[in-house]
Ligand binder design. Structure first.
Ligand code: NI
Ligand code: MN
Length: 235
């Protein structure tokens, strides 16, 4: 247990820092909101929720430079094999511990194919992760709609912090996100996947106010790209 720092890098990209640095969905160099270049990031581990380019992003580049493993769904791991990246494929419901960090894969409702050289490449299912870092559980939902099994995810894993999309159009919007927070009931919820592009403009303040009005136990934390939320774990 200790201090965990969660830095939003814009879109669905987060750096989780404790005894290890875990980078999730590193869409950085083509991300208009990213406060850094991918060359400045030094993760110990990368996790990718699905193969869409706004999530897979700079994974190959960073993984090669930092020589760090990539945790993802099996089909995507086989795709990454082609780039000589150490990809660790697991599947929904399964867990893996890499460098003392535990990744549990959970479902997400979304799509996950990639168009490459005019061909559609299937990269497995889209997923979310429960990342357990120094005893703190962070649920990155990936791109998803709300679904009732989020209640089960909450019951099984009791995540401390939930990272969830609110941008609408490609994922759930604010109303779905409120329901998702209610179902999972984390201590903190940080919205993501909005304002990166004009089609996913969203006001995160609306989420904060509506969650507050419902008297849920969850506190919504709004980050600007580059800002860090610090979570002090209690034993
Ligand atoms: Ni996507
Ligand atoms: Mn996306």
């Amino acid at each position: 247990m200790g201090l965990i720092k969660i830095t939003w890098l814009g879109h669905a990209a987060f750096m989780l820092e404790g005894s290890k640095k875990v980078l999730i969905d590193p869409f950085i160099d083509d991300n208009p909101l990213a406060p850094v270049k991918s060359s400045e990031l030094e993760p110990d581990l990368i996790a990718v929720t699905h193969g869409h380019l706004d999530h897979l992003g700079d994974t190959v580049k960073i993984a090669k430079r930092c020589n760090c493993p990539v945790v993802c769904i099996y089909e995507l791991s086989r795709y990454l094999d082609k780039f000589n990246v150490e990809a660790i494929g697991i599947n929904i419901g399964g867990s893996v511990v890499v460098k003392d960090v535990k990744f549990t894969m959970v479902k997400a409702i979304h799509s996950a194919d990639l168009v490459r050289n005019g061909e559609i490449v299937s990269l497995g299912s889209p997923v979310g992760f429960i990342v357990t870092l120094d005893g703190v559980k962070i649920y990155h939902t990936g791109d998803t709609d709300v679904f009732y099994d989020m209640k089960l995810i909450g019951e099984l894993h009791s995540p401390d912090i939930m990272l969830l999309p609110i941008g609408d159009r490609y994922t759930m919007g604010i109303d779905g996100a409120i329901k998702a927070i209610e179902l999972v009931s984390p201590k903190y919820a940080i919205p993501m996947h909005y304002n990166t592009f004009p089609v996913i403009q969203q006001d995160p303040q609306k989420l904060l106010e509506k969650v507050k009005a419902l008297n849920l136990k969850t506190e919504v934390v709004i980050l600007k790209p580059g800002e860090t939320f610090k979570y002090e774990a209690k034993d």
